[in-house]
Design a protein around this ligand. Structure first.
Ligand code: QUE
Length: 334
């Protein structure tokens, strides 16, 4: 039983993510199967384009197999954790380096690992149902899958905002900030996928798209409060915006996150700004190994995905009580 379906016709290799009960969350077999297909198709002259779609209406891909990683963390199986993240980031790097057009058709939710297999690719198509987020600070983890590379390259403050607060953005927002390349109305989404499957040249398929609906992001507010590498500075600025409902909702989102995760996330995004994608994956792999061994990770996944009470007890519980040496240890290993 496989959670990936694949086909090859008209020069188009298609991968269909098909694990609907887990919103297509990537488990180890899906990562391995997708890696095998992409390695084969990269060198197969009959493949001109790769198309990645979801078999589910609800989600493109909700992330990684976080429950299994928590089980491995609780069993102190460090080798399984290293294998999982190492192979996932290798797949994401393969997408970034893919030598032919790699097209992701992103409907519904695309979070965490779902962005890792799409955002690094050449063509990212979104629609009205698209919801993108990097929600890891809520589970005691950090935005990985190359997010420490792509977040600091978004417009001022947007990467820090997405990474720290886990805010959800729409398809129109994703085009506005550059995470997506094309917007297609939901009514035309299947037709566009069918035209790609038929082998129509991509410039023809995407030649006459209408402009996306307007984005309701607040770029000036995001730049004002989040274009800052200090988490305390971000929180302080937002708290000072008394009466600004948006700013106070961001304070609430930051309060729900693991304080250690927030500080690790800010440090990784700052370091990623001056790093190559490969360097970011290397840094993320070591940080993932270390953060999975902390109590906040097991507790965050418990609260959000296992018991679903959304009431985690993070330790320490406030930013001021996080030992800066612990952040440095997770981010750099020293
Ligand atoms: C942070 C995450 C994930 C998340 C929620 C977060 C993640 C992930 C899922 C998820 C959601 C629904 C499912 C599922 C997994 O949620 O990585 O199997 O059915 O996979 O706050 O990183």
């Amino acid at each position: 039983m496989s959670y990936i379906r694949s086909s090859l016709a008209n020069g188009v290799g298609e991968i269909v993510l098909d694990r609907p009960k887990a919103l297509n969350a990537l488990d180890q077999t899906m990562i391995d199967d997708m890696t095998d297909l992409l390695r084969r198709w990269a060198d197969d002259d009959t493949v001109e384009t790769v198309l990645v779609t979801s078999g589910s209406e609800r989600a493109f891909c909700a992330g990684g197999d976080i429950r299994a990683i928590r089980d491995n963390a609780l069993a102190a199986d460090a080798a399984a954790i290293t294998k999982y993240f190492g192979s996932e980031y290798e797949l994401d790097q393969l997408v970034a380096d893919f030598p032919k057009p790699y097209v992701s058709m992103i409907n519904g939710a695309a979070m965490g690992g779902g962005l890792g297999i799409s955002v690094h690719g050449e063509v990212r198509v979104v629609t009205e149902s698209t919801m993108m987020a990097m929600p890891e600070t809520a589970i005691g983890f950090f935005p990985d899958v190359g997010a420490t590379y792509f977040l600091p390259r978004l417009p001022a403050g947007v990467g820090m905002w997405l990474g720290l607060t886990g805010s959800r953005i729409s398809g129109a927002d994703a085009v506005a900030v550059g995470m997506a390349t094309h917007f297609v109305p939901a009514d035309d989404f299947g037709t566009v996928a069918d035209r790609i499957r038929s082998g129509a040249p991509l410039p023809e398929v995407f030649g006459d798209l209408a402009a996306p609906p307007s984005s309701d992001l607040r770029p000036s507010a995001i730049a004002e409060y989040f274009d800052d590498t200090s988490v305390a500075g971000v929180v302080g600025g937002l708290q000072g915006a008394v009466g600004d409902e948006w700013a106070q909702s961001m304070v609430t989102a930051l309060r729900a996150a693991s304080p250690t995760s927030l500080l690790v996330t800010a440090a990784l995004i700052e370091a990623g700004e001056r790093s190559t994608l490969a360097e970011c994956f290397e840094r993320e792999l070591h940080a993932a190994e270390r953060i999975c061994a902390t109590p906040d990770f097991a507790e965050g996944v418990r609260a959000v995905l296992v018991d679903k009470d959304r009431n985690p007890s993070f330790m320490p519980a406030s930013l001021e009580d996080v030992d800066p040496h612990e952040v440095v240890r997770i981010v750099t290993g020293s």
